[in-house]
Design a protein around this ligand. Structure first.
Ligand code: B12
Ligand code: SF4
Ligand code: SF4
Length: 308
């Protein structure tokens, strides 16, 4: 076994031990296929008010411009599929990914541990840890390294565990053995496209971000356009519809990450509790959650938007 292969095995074994669902490795290089797609998406203004998506176009497509001397992108998945969901079927809905502690903190910590391990076992490796917010095309890298395929709803998914997981990566200046992509198993299915409440999946594999409920309820700082009234299917933070209807998500398995467990009160909150939510309850129930990012005023705007 050569060093590249030996180190790749070592890293993947440690990633599993740290609780990651899976780990795949790609050569750090320009993402040729994604470049025209990202350009088109931006030209069509599908980023809406998410102006950060317009920045660092070159770095977003080429990790060697983001991390000097980088050779490999190590992609990692972390499962967040909960064993229980909200009990009141009429209550405003929170996306499953936001039930527990904000994933940025949980994953960043785990990534640092993995990087530390690499430095300790392999040597003087330079690298950086990324999760979500950096100019990195998380899904494209995970797909390139065989961790799943990008479905028609554009999320990364697999046969084995569906799509309810986060994606993160380490970009390092270490040569490793690279994995190849897997195949697309969407076939003739159009369940996600048909079910999307705001028709945001404008064509297979293309989501118009500016029409997605997740964008309206989390990213948009202004008022939600009234033309979308009564189309939110009761979602107040994110939206899971395209994933909930995906046949491959029948194979989702509950996570085993205690930090992703919801505050005990969250799942039992009734519709009435939501409508009467106070700042104190908000601060308590969403103490460390990603929901905190919309602030109390943002959540109230979203709850209000569902009315009449
Ligand atoms: C901006 C963003 C959003 C925006 C825009 C969504 C989008 N699809 O881009 C909004 C706010 C709407 C959003 C919503 C959600 N998001 Co988001 N989001 C991101 C972010 C920050 C950037 C994504 C991006 O680069 N978009 C730009 C466009 C160009 O990319 P794209 O839609 O992925 O487009 C690709 C495909 O369309 C493909 N393509 C185009 N044409 C064709 C044709 C063919 C044939 C093929 C095969 C492919 C293809 O190429 C494009 C470029 O790769 C990433 C984190 C990151 N840094 O990557 C998280 C991320 C994608 N989001 C994530 C999640 C969990 C969500 C939500 C499920 C949250 C929720 N429950 O509310 C929803 C899902 C909505 C959806 N169906 O996509 C996860 C996805 C995990 C996974 N399993 O895939 C990520 C990776 C965050 C993370 N690190 O875990 N998100
Ligand atoms: S998250 Fe909801 S609104 Fe966004 S594309 Fe999926 S189903 Fe449509
Ligand atoms: S619902 Fe169907 S089309 Fe959409 S991602 Fe899942 S398998 Fe693919």
């Amino acid at each position: 076994m050569g060093n590249k292969q030996k180190y790749a095995v070592l890293i993947k074994t440690e990633a599993k031990r740290l609780g990651f669902l899976s780990c795949g490795i790609s050569k750090a290089e320009f993402l040729e296929e994604e470049a025209p797609r990202l350009e088109k998406w931006l030209n069509n203004k599908m980023q809406g008010e998410m102006h950060y998506m317009e920045n660092y176009f070159d770095k977003r497509l080429d990790p060697t411009k983001l991390v000097e001397g980088s050779k490999s992108v190590i992609s990692l998945l972390l499962n967040y599929y909960p064993s229980e969901t909200q009990q009141d079927k009429d209550a405003p809905k929170i996306s499953k990914y936001a039930y527990g502690t904000d994933y940025h903190f949980v994953i960043k910590d785990r990534l640092k541990q993995l990087l530390h391990f690499i430095k300790e076992k392999i040597g003087n490796v330079h690298g950086r840890a990324f999760v979500d917010s950096a100019p990195v095309l998380d899904k494209a890298w995970a797909a390139k390294s065989g961790l799943g395929w990008m479905g028609k709803h554009t999320n990364l998914l697999t046969h084995q565990v569906g799509s309810f997981y986060f994606i993160a990566e380490l970009i390092v200046d270490l040569d490793l053995e690279y994995d190849g992509p897997t195949t697309d198993h969407c076939g003739d299915c159009t369940a996600c496209i048909d079910a999307c409440p705001t028709k945001a999946i404008v064509e297979p594999y293309v989501v118009d971000g500016s029409k997605c409920i997740s964008y309206f309820t989390i990213e948009l700082k202004e008022q939600i356009p009234t033309e979308f009234k009564r189309q939110f299917d009761n979602w107040v933070f994110g939206c899971d519809v395209c994933q909930d209807v995906c046949p491959w998500n029948r194979f989702s398995k509950p996570h085993r990450e205690p930090l992703f467990n919801p505050h005990p009160e969250l799942l039992s909150m009734s519709r009435k509790d939501w409508e009467e939510i106070t700042k104190e309850t908000f601060n308590k129930v969403f103490k460390n959650s990603a929901v905190k990012r919309t602030k109390f005023s943002g959540l109230q705007r979203n709850i209000q938007f569902l009315k009449d």
